[in-house]
Write a protein that binds this ligand. Structure first.
Ligand SMILES: Nc1nc2c(c(=O)[nH]1)N[C@H]1C(S)=C(S)[C@@H](COP(=O)(O)OP(=O)(O)OC[C@H]3O[C@@H](n4cnc5c(=O)[nH]c(N)nc54)[C@H](O)[C@@H]3O)O[C@H]1N2
Ligand SMILES: Nc1nc2c(c(=O)[nH]1)N[C@H]1C(S)=C(S)[C@@H](COP(=O)(O)OP(=O)(O)OC[C@H]3O[C@@H](n4cnc5c(=O)[nH]c(N)nc54)[C@H](O)[C@@H]3O)O[C@H]1N2
Ligand SMILES: [Mo]
Length: 752
């Protein structure tokens, strides 16, 4: 049944806790639920596979640090349901393609390798040895290793990621696209250039000490719920919190902390002191304006606003930036942001008052055409007041997947710097390719050209997470071989190449035992803390392999003669892998020793954060002079953002309830401002097609229900991944090549 009601004003609290346990019991039963929820994010336990928000390490032993959505992610993986052999025998590929993404995910864990032979209509069980032989046969047959692509999602552990990139480079290509290409690539690109590290420069402690925290383009109540507890602590210490978002996301407006009994019964904490309901794509203009006002305020009262000492000693480009930003076209800023000048002035006064400011952001900023420029504009504002490398201050991109940052540290990147490749080559006595590989967007374009022969995925759901869904599906079908290493089924297992393999693997919660005994893996969170993760549940099937076991098994067949790489030893003893990681990966020096010395966790060094040292081209933090950019629209056109509901993890749909936004029973909705509905002659509840327009080409998502919603004027929202059909393969962010998922130009066509 479809039920649409008023959006909620509060997040978390009792309904969140109930929802976790309900979902837990349904999937795992009471005993497993207890076992799992008690071990999550605890010493000696496993790292939550949901988001990349850090754990408060000093409190790890005490509080059960988990959130509703983390609990769902765990229950989804630790489910007792299995996909039996018979299921594949009973369903042809065509029939599998009729099953919705939501239903596929609910089927349960995969327990044995499955092979779709060329010309066959059904997957059939296959032994591990034969499965590996199939991959080896295809890879060895390719004349050019660049005809194969090796994707990675962000749940893969450091150890597995390190071996995977080693295998791929030993094979001879840098074609290592990852989910990060579609996620925080813009943050990495911008921050590397201007502060010399692509990683955020704020720890949990620093966040709690901030006087002003600005949360831009992020919905933490759903996507990083544990962040709210830390915002609440900062708030108790007196911090101002400002949300910059076209939507009034309830987690930020009012938060009931489920970790504390008072949050279950009390009225919750009003987190945001100001909500700037920005027009989609208006953020660069907003921060340009804030910079302008800060410069003006300093001119009016010299020595009181800017941190001149910091600017002089640690930055470059200030003069140019200040000159460029002396004049501002306020009319353009108001159009671009949809905000009133007075609101921006109030926002700026908060910066002036604050001695320590953190700016957090996520997909609402990174998935725009001008994302890189926008992020450098944010850094400009931070640099003006010396808000980096001191307590309570800094840029804080909030990463998505639980180990997406660690995977990058391990070398999962199509363009790893030569210094890394040199160390890799030296360590393993071979020569890795130097030519850059393809990223996610370039992979989509290659698929479109029918130019990918083997598509191999270490987790994830490339068929659904990428733009231009039909184009991607067509390209995958033209591959000779597609391989999914995964825990559960999704569309990427049913849209296949001529031959296809499913290689089931252990998840984060599963006990991982090799002939050498029980093994742990490590992950790196959003703020650069590394720690051990040890699964404690009986795996879904005894013969299931870990991702490490799979990579080692494959590599021993595909590249046995390349370099000196002890694949078999690595498969048995993960500490040997960590030893090598320590010799190759930046920041991981003496990895295994540090882990042991620090009870399984330590913080990676970050020069800008720790020492105000900037590893940029001129060893300074760099101001950027950007032209004002925004997204004007023609009459009758709106800006669409594709976003997550409260009941999904990326392409995995847990349920059909977007509780905070008041939608239940359907995902086929488009949220529109009531005044826009009126202006367009449309009505709440009516059915429309969403039609996107990019470079003269139209794309259509049919049969969406209009929901009158307090989003910013001119801005509409619908759920990812269903609306990825509206995205164009060539529509990417400048500099980072991230597919544009926010700020698509659309019109709404009523269907009769
Ligand atoms: N439960 C759960 N947790 C998750 C995930 C999940 O799917 N489910 N996914 C994980 C992953 S991989 C990621 S990357 C993160 C994603 O976390 P988020 O970035 O929070 O995810 P989105 O749902 O894409 O939300 C984008 C937010 O940006 C706002 N926004 C959109 N356009 C603009 C704009 O132009 N300007 C501004 N200022 N705001 C804008 C939207 O209104 C929305 O609040 O979450 C991670 N955690
Ligand atoms: N329109 C639109 N598109 C987007 C986005 C958006 O906001 N809007 N967001 C983008 C972002 S931020 C991201 S990160 C990508 C996400 O893209 P992906 O990371 O490719 O997608 P997920 O849905 O997270 O992948 C889930 C699958 O991973 C597998 N899996 C789960 N756990 C494990 C494990 O431990 N090991 C292995 N091997 N497999 C496992 C399961 O089969 C599961 O179905 O999507 C991007 N696409
Ligand atoms: Mo992400």
């Amino acid at each position: 049944m479809v039920d649409i009601e008023h959006p909620k004003k509060k997040a978390a609290g009792v309904p969140a806790v109930l929802s976790s346990f309900k979902f837990g019991f349904r999937e795992m039963g009471p005993t497993r639920t207890g076992k799992v929820f008690l071990k999550m994010n605890q010493d000696g336990g496993f790292d939550c596979p949901s988001c990349a928000w850090p754990d408060p390490d000093h409190k790890r032993k005490h509080a059960a640090e988990f959130c509703e959505n983390g609990a769902k992610a765990v229950a989804w993986e630790a489910t007792r349901k299995r996909v039996p052999r018979a299921f594949f025998a009973e369903h042809s590929i065509d029939q599998l393609n009729q099953i919705s993404e939501y239903e596929l995910g609910k089927l349960g864990r995969i327990t044995e390798p499955m092979l779709l032979r060329a010309g066959a209509t059904h997957y059939e069980p296959v032994g591990w040895e034969e499965a590996f032989q199939v991959v080896a046969r295809h890879l060895k047959a390719l004349v050019d290793p660049d005809d194969a692509v090796f994707y990675t999602s962000g749940r893969t552990s450091n150890e597995a990621a390190f071996l995977y990139q080693l295998f791929v480079r030993a094979y001879g290509t840098n074609n290592l696209p990852d989910c990060s290409n579609m996620c925080h690539e813009s943050s990495g690109t911008a921050l590397s250039r201007v502060i010399g590290s692509g990683k955020g420069a704020v720890t949990l402690e620093m966040l709690e000490e901030a006087e002003l925290i600005v949360v831009v383009g992020q919905n933490p109540g759903t996507n990083a719920p544990r962040m709210l507890s830390h915002l609440e602590i900062a708030k108790k210490h007196g911090a101002d919190i400002v949300s910059v978002n076209p939507l009034p996301e309830p987690g930020l407006m009012n938060f009931k902390n489920p970790q504390r009994p008072s949050g279950w019964v009390g009225k919750g904490t009003e987190l945001a002191d100001q909500h700037l309901q920005i027009r989609i794509g208006g953020d660069q203009a907003l921060f340009l304006a804030v910079g302008h006002l800060l410069l003006q305020a300093e001119a009016a009262a010299p020595g009181t606003v800017l941190d001149k000492a910091f600017i002089d000693s640690h930055t470059s480009g200030y003069e140019l930036y200040a000159k460029h930003n002396a004049e501002l076209d306020w009319a353009a800023v108001e159009l671009a942001t949809g905000l009133r000048r007075a609101e921006i002035e109030e926002f700026t006064r908060r910066f002036i008052k604050s001695k320590a400011t953190v700016i957090c952001w996520a997909m609402g900023l990174t998935q725009h055409r001008e994302a890189v420029a926008t992020i450098t504009e944010i850094v400009n504002v931070l640099l003006l007041q010396g808000n980096i490398g001191k307590p309570g201050a800094g840029p804080c991109p909030v990463r998505g997947h639980s180990n997406v940052q660690g995977d990058r540290s391990m070398g999962i990147w199509e363009k790893m710097p030569d210094a890394f490749l040199d160390r890799l080559d030296q360590e393993f006595a071979f020569t890795s390719p130097r030519e850059h590989g393809v990223d996610a967007a370039a992979t989509v374009q290659r698929l479109r050209d029918g130019a990918v022969r083997v598509f191999f995925a270490m987790g994830g759901n490339f068929a659904m997470a990428t733009p231009d869904t039909e184009v991607v599906h067509q390209g995958l079908r033209e591959c000779d071989l597609t391989v999914q290493v995964s825990t559960k089924l999704n569309r990427s297992h049913t849209v296949t190449g001529r031959e296809a393999l499913i290689l089931p693997t252990l998840g984060r919660t599963d006990h991982d035992r090799t002939p050498n005994g029980p093994q742990s893996v490590t992950v790196e969170d959003s703020q650069g803390a590394v720690h051990l993760s040890t699964g404690n549940l009986t795996p879904p099937a005894p013969e299931l392999k870990s991702e490490i076991g799979i990579v080692c098994g494959l590599a021993a067949l595909v590249v046995p003669e390349v370099g000196q790489i002890p694949w078999a030893d690595f498969a048995d003893d993960y500490s040997l892998i960590r030893h090598r990681i320590g010799r190759v990966c930046d920041g991981y020096e003496n990895f295994e020793e540090r882990l042991r010395a620090n009870e399984g966790g330590f913080l990676l060094a970050h020069a800008a954060r720790d020492k105000r040292e900037f590893k940029t081209s001129d060893a300074k933090a760099q101001f950027s002079a950007n032209e004002l950019s925004w997204l004007p629209t023609e009459p009758g056109r709106l800006l669409l953002q594709t976003m997550r509901s409260h009941d999904q993890f990326n392409t995995t749909i847990y349920g059909l309830q977007d509780r905070y936004r008041g939608v239940d029973g359907t995902r086929q909705v488009v949220f529109v401002n009531p005044d826009d509905l009126k202006a367009l002659g449309l009505k709440d509840g009516q059915r429309v097609d969403i039609v996107s327009e990019f470079k003269g080409v139209e794309r259509r998502a049919a049969g969406y229900r209009l929901v009158s919603f307090p989003t910013a004027r001119g801005c509409v929202a619908a759920y990812y991944p269903e609306t990825n059909v509206l995205m164009a393969a060539d529509d990417v962010a400048k500099g980072s090549n991230t597919p544009v998922a926010k700020g698509l130009t659309v019109r709404l066509e009523p269907v009769s």
